[in-house]
Design a protein around this ligand. Structure first.
Ligand SMILES: O=c1ccn([C@@H]2O[C@H](COP(=O)(O)O)[C@@H](O)[C@H]2O)c(=O)[nH]1
Length: 283
């Protein structure tokens, strides 16, 4: 089961997810100035990051918004990037945050669990309820696909709706309970199921509250580094064992900026992953 594989990678390598939120301005000058097409520039940058971090981490997350922003060439770079990661046998999360009526959700499932944009796990927004999530299940039957459902996001305004009280309980706790319930039939040998949850590291107390109620939910944890999430919070959250994978995007893929603008830029990428790993050591 894919979440078992992700869990194993977290134990064997590190619970780190490198986020490929690639923008042209993040590229080293030598690539920006090269005569390559946008598609080639972005893919070359991503490939160098992938090749130089793959042995240290659990998975990659590719945020589709940055590729959509570059038009057709950007989407071709997205497709090449996710295919390259999968060819290397590594897990790739498509951060697409979809949520729509079931007929449209079926199309999203086809688009991101097969074909040009196929990834192993996608992020989904559960606001529209169960029939916006269930169309992905067809692809999850073979155990090689999974979902990460938004529960409590890392941004400041997550409070606007997610913390509203419903029947005396915060809305994000209701969502966490549904996430756990919808995944309860698919618990793997790791003890986690196929419907994971997205919970930001920027609100560690809320994280602990969610974790207590959802022992079989594996988490995608954004918010580390640039957004203010701290390694020390992970030590508390992982006190009883690893229960998620921590994403860092800008903190890793821009680590070379102001230091190296040539082919050696990946030295800084690798160093940033190693220092994140050090910061997260649970002990
Ligand atoms: O609650 C959420 C959900 C998703 N994200 C995504 O994670 C990365 C974070 O990037 P950093 O550069 O490490 O801040 C980005 O793709 C977001 O769209 C999130 O931040 N918070």
């Amino acid at each position: 089961m894919i979440i078992d594989k992700l869990y194993k990678e977290c134990i064997e390598k590190s619970p780190i997810c490198v986020g490929l939120d690639t923008k042209i301005e993040y590229l080293p000058e030598y690539l920006i100035k090269s005569g390559m097409s946008i598609e080639e520039k972005i893919f070359t940058f991503n490939k160098m990051i992938i090749d130089n971090t793959i042995d240290l981490i659990a998975c990659f997350k590719v945020q589709i918004a940055f590729y959509e922003a570059l038009g057709i060439e950007g989407l071709k770079a997205y497709s090449k990037t996710v295919k390259y990661i999968r060819e290397k046998g590594k897990i790739v999360i498509g951060d697409i945050k979809r949520g729509d009526i079931s007929s449209t959700a079926e199309a999203y499932a086809d688009a991101h669990f097969s074909g040009d944009f196929e990834v192993d796990i996608i992020t989904v927004n559960p606001y529209m309820g169960y029939d916006s999530i269930s169309p992905y299940e067809k692809y999850m039957e073979n155990d090689d696909k999974a979902l990460f459902m938004l529960i409590h996001t890392s941004n400041k305004s997550s409070k606007d709706f997610q913390e509203l009280k419903v029947d005396g309980e915060k809305l994000y706790m209701k969502v966490a309970e549904k996430c756990s319930k919808w995944g309860e039939d698919s618990i793997g040998e790791s003890g986690f199921n196929k419907i994971g949850g997205v919970v930001g590291l920027t609100f560690p107390e809320e994280f602990l509250e969610i974790k207590k109620k959802t022992p079989n939910t594996f988490f995608l944890i954004p918010g580390y580094g640039v957004q203010g999430g701290k390694g020390e919070s992970i030590k508390e959250i992982f006190k009883d064992g690893i229960c998620g994978v921590i994403n860092s995007s800008r903190g890793i893929i821009t680590a070379h900026k102001g230091k190296s603008e040539d082919e050696n830029f990946v030295k800084y990428t690798r160093e940033s992953v190693l220092s994140m790993k050090e910061d997260l050591i649970v002990g």
